[in-house]
Design a binder for this molecule. Sequence first.
Ligand SMILES: [Zn+2]
Length: 147
Amino acid sequence: MKCNYTDKDLMLYYYEELDPSMTERLESHLKKCSQCTDSLNKLKATLDTIEIKDPEIGESFWTNYRAVVHKKIRERKSQNKTVLLRPRFIQSITAALLMLVIVFGGVRLYENRRQEIFIIENYELMMNIEMFEDYEMLQYLEEFEAV
Ligand SMILES: [Zn+2]
């Protein structure tokens, strides 16, 4: 059977964009033409897949992204805790951190952005400075007691 219908016509039909007389003619043609019916079914399958999959890809991507970020935060937190539990590291970390704060503070007029990144990256550690200092104090007290 000779067909005057193209994939574009079938696509417009699928999206109900054909004018009513064209729709009527195509529908009656589809009843007789297995080739066009086949093409339309394939087109439907493809277009349905696209419509359904798009939001799913987006959602699963963001779910995975969040999961990865949360996992990384958890990993970093557990790493930080491991460090915190070793008193010998605390003084050197405190010293290095204070040095960085002083250095970054000194150049902050010229490197506001870098300091901002530094603060964001080290926020948790900086919040623990007090804890470091408590450890330091305990160590000093122990040294005094030894003398
Ligand atoms: Zn046909």
